[in-house]
Design a protein around this ligand. Structure first.
Ligand SMILES: Cc1cc2nc3c(=O)[nH]c(=O)nc-3n(C[C@H](O)[C@H](O)[C@H](O)COP(=O)(O)OP(=O)(O)OC[C@H]3O[C@@H](n4cnc5c(N)ncnc54)[C@H](O)[C@@H]3O)c2cc1C
Length: 639
């Protein structure tokens, strides 16, 4: 059985990172040139890591499945990126950002990592500004900020509703500079299908060239996964369609522990499902809750047009239930409150599965221009999708699968349980506990990539300077490639009738119904059984047209769906063992009298890190106990 060592440094919380960093071993510039690093993923985490490592002088190979690194899912991030700059003089600080994140995550994250993420947040903003990211500015020219859920300060830096896109363009420009300098070699349209381990260390990957279909071997002295989240396990989600679990899952099957897989965030403000043919849901950024007010009618089944429902007949239920934070309660709280109102019969729209997000008061108070300046592109997007102009009538919103707090377990160095395999950004189990606060992901991804990993990986690589180039004709590479080839042929040989997407859709529904916003033991067990049944059908009736030595998007999808069956089962398993409610993980059996999440700190203040034991075999669970020395652990209240 594997042993967990989180490697949290000793010393006062605020000094841990600087002291630890000073103790890390270095690799000299002459030796860096001899060391190769694979970075899989070019979102904010991967692009920042690859460019920072390239700038340091390492030889980097960067991979993504898109045609350009710029199209990584990070491009979709809308609302903003947090930092503890305290520009608004509203008493913000690194400690307060740390505290809000620990509390927002319902006391299920590691203190030391969270403090470090808050600490480097200010460097991240300075760095992006230096790269030319056009953050919004206030009248005097200083960077402007706004608020996000779960906080009472204004610490979110933003570029209209396109913060991810603008930051990614910044990170991409530094990546491109390294590509031009020759320190980074870019491999786009590559799908990582396996990790190669040589003598216990991560030494390379097997990829499929998505244009030619060829399998390729790539070697390095260390491998970094920055492959994003797996919220697409629900099929309908706010994520990019290509987002998937497969790279992390393949590493898991090779020995990397997977932590808190059931901690998956349901975002409260997505455009609701409009018909049965949708393959994607579109997010309306949480930033909109700075000015938008959330409400439903006080009358059950009210089918009146929202503008015909008078003020006194509206229930601003978030302001009513959570006066201290109002519309800016954290996502898990807002999502459950919306579901509760809709389930009780007060939901809006034909399906009754939506609530209103209304800007009338903000437009009356600040004028249409001010609202347009802050959220113009989001309003346009809403109108394009729904045909409704949100300047004239409220948006309709409903919760949707969004972000995975769970992911590969990493220690303080961001290294997984496989030596030489690192995981950064959304692909690791990260700093967000059981619920991520808005705008904290871009902060973490960029902090991991620019300022943390480039230091910690050096300590590992200091032992590799005498290793020499890693040959790809070694047995472990041959075996890994053979395994991938056989797997692909197994898919191609099924010859059934149904598309990979049709299975994904059904799988997503099972996960949403049984391991979604509310969970109970019986439903979770049922979910596992249904996944097993559907998986059997998948292996009998999947149809992949064409062949595997050409562009074949059906094959690409099928490979991902096959992994989602296993991910889904592990999510259910994890949710079953966690006999408490915390953050986004809400067990019906564990709630307070007022329907809020009821944590059990005595028995469940740990990270659950799972070890793979084979297909359909019961995985082993390892516990990393969480110690809270710098915050008082108490019931989370936003009232
Ligand atoms: C609609 C939306 C809006 C959001 N808005 C915000 C926001 O305002 N603020 C905030 O902080 N967070 C926001 N988030 C969350 C945030 O965008 C993500 O958590 C973050 O961008 C993840 O970045 P990443 O670098 O970890 O991964 P990603 O950006 O998802 O990139 C993953 C990379 O891995 C590559 N990859 C994956 N699998 C493979 C494989 N098998 N082989 C090869 N390459 C692979 C992909 O090609 C890609 O380059 C939002 C999320 C969504 C869905």
């Amino acid at each position: 059985m594997q042993q967990l060592n989180s490697k949290i440094p000793e010393g006062p919380l605020a000094d841990k990172w600087s002291r630890y960093k000073a103790s890390l071993r270095l690799v000299s510039p002459a030796n860096k040139k001899k060391l190769e690093i694979i970075v899989v993923g070019t979102g904010l985490a991967g692009a920042s890591a690859a460019s920072a490592l390239g700038e340091l002088g390492y030889k980097v190979k960067a991979f993504c499945f898109q045609d350009s690194p710029r199209r990584a899912h990070s491009v979709a991030a809308q609302g903003g990126i947090n930092a503890a700059k305290n520009y608004k003089n509203d008493n913000d600080s690194i400690y307060r950002l740390f505290f809000d994140t620990i509390k927002g995550g319902d006391y299920r994250a590691r203190e030391a990592n969270v403090y470090r993420a808050a600490e480097v947040s200010n460097l991240v903003i300075d760095h992006y500004t230096a790269l030319g990211v056009p953050f919004a500015r206030d009248y005097g020219g200083a960077l402007d900020t706004r608020s996000f859920g779960g906080v009472q300060v204004s610490r979110t830096f933003y570029a209209k509703g396109q913060t991810g896109q603008q930051c990614l363009l910044g990170a991409y420009s530094s990546l491109t500079r390294q590509i031009a300098k020759g320190t980074v070699k870019m491999f786009s349209r590559r799908d990582m299908l396996d990790l190669v381990i040589v003598e216990g260390k991560a030494r390379g990957i097997i990829t499929r060239n998505l244009v030619s279909g060829e399998l390729e071997r790539h070697s390095a002295h260390a491998v970094v996964l920055a492959t994003g989240g797996y919220g697409t396990v629900f099929y309908l989600s706010t994520l990019g369609l290509g987002s998937n679990a497969s790279a992390a899952w393949n590493a898991h099957k090779k020995g990397a522990l997977f932590a808190n897989p059931s901690f998956i965030q349901i975002h409260p403000t997505s455009i609701p499902v409009l018909n049965d043919y949708q393959c994607k849901l579109t997010l309306m950024s949480e930033s909109l809750r700075n000015d938008g007010r959330v409400w439903v009618s006080k009358e059950k089944g009210d089918k009146r047009h929202p503008t015909e429902i008078p003020e006194e007949e509206r229930d601003y239920y978030l302001e009513r239930k959570y006066p201290a934070f109002g519309n800016l309660v954290p996502r898990d709280v807002a999502s459950r409150a919306a579901k509760e109102r809709c389930d009780a019969g007060y939901g809006a729209g034909d399906s009754g599965l939506s609530v209103y997000l209304d800007f009338k008061d903000a437009i009356d108070a600040h004028g249409k221009k001010a609202i347009q300046d802050k959220y113009g592109n989001l309003f346009e997007m809403y109108e394009k999708i729904t045909g409704i102009n949100p300047y004239n009538q409220p948006m309709r919103i409903y919760p949707a699968g969004h972000y995975t707090m769970g992911g590969l377990w990493v220690d303080y160095n961001l290294m997984t349980t496989i030596p030489g395999l690192f995981a950064i950004g959304e692909s690791n189990f990260s700093d967000h506990g059981a619920n991520r606060l808005g705008a904290n992901s871009l902060m973490q991804c960029s902090g991991d990539g620019y300022f943390i990993l480039p230091n910690t990986i050096g300590d590992y690589l200091a032992d590799e300077i005498r290793t020499g180039k890693i040959p790809t004709d070694q047995q472990p590479f041959k075996e890994a490639e053979k395994g991938v080839e056989e797997k692909i042929q197994k898919f191609m040989a099924i010859g059934g009738r149904k598309s990979a997407s049709s299975f994904h859709k059904r799988l997503g529904k099972i996960m949403w119904d049984h391991c979604g916003m509310r969970r109970d033991a019986e439903g979770l067990q049922k979910g596992k059984e249904l996944l097993n049944e559907l998986e059997e059908e998948f292996w009998k009736d999947l149809r992949i047209p064409g062949n595997d030595r050409e562009i074949n998007q059906e094959l690409e999808k099928a490979l991902k769906v096959a992994d989602f069956f296993e991910v889904g089962r592990l999510m259910c398993e994890d949710a079953i063992q966690r006999e408490e409610s915390c953050g986004a993980h809400f067990r019906e059996e564990h709630q307070t009298e007022t329907g809020e999440a009821k944590r059990d700190d005595k028995n469940f203040a740990y990270v659950a890190a799972w070890e793979y034991k084979g297909h359909r075999e019961k995985p082993d669970m390892h516990k990393e106990p969480l110690r809270f020395e710098h915050v008082e652990i108490k019931e989370r209240s936003y009232k």
